[in-house]
Design a protein around this ligand. Structure first.
Ligand SMILES: [Zn+2]
Length: 86
């Protein structure tokens, strides 16, 4: 959902572009092909993919990223932190 930060523990409201980070993530083929029933075979090779939009606020986007997990579900993963050398 794009209305709030994708981090459920944050859920900061999405106010404007330019803040935080937007993610466009393919979530697999669209299963409902009824609207293309007349040309189903033509679409079989180029199955449309559904793209979900997610947003992380400024603070969360510096710590988290969004990607698929092993089950192809969208999940929140910590960004690798740069090694701090003193
Ligand atoms: Zn957030």
């Amino acid at each position: 959902m794009l209305s709030h930060c994708a981090n459920l523990e944050c859920s900061k409201p999405f106010l404007q572009l330019g803040q935080g980070e937007l993610f466009l993530i393919e979530t697999g083929c669209v299963t409902n092909l009824d609207q293309n029933a007349g040309s189903r075979s033509a679409f079989a090779r180029h199955a449309p993919r559904r793209v979900e939009r997610y947003w992380l606020c400024d603070q969360c986007s510096q710590v988290w990223t969004l990607t698929h997990d092993l089950n192809q579900r969208i999940g929140l993963f910590p960004l690798p932190q740069p090694a701090k050398t003193a």
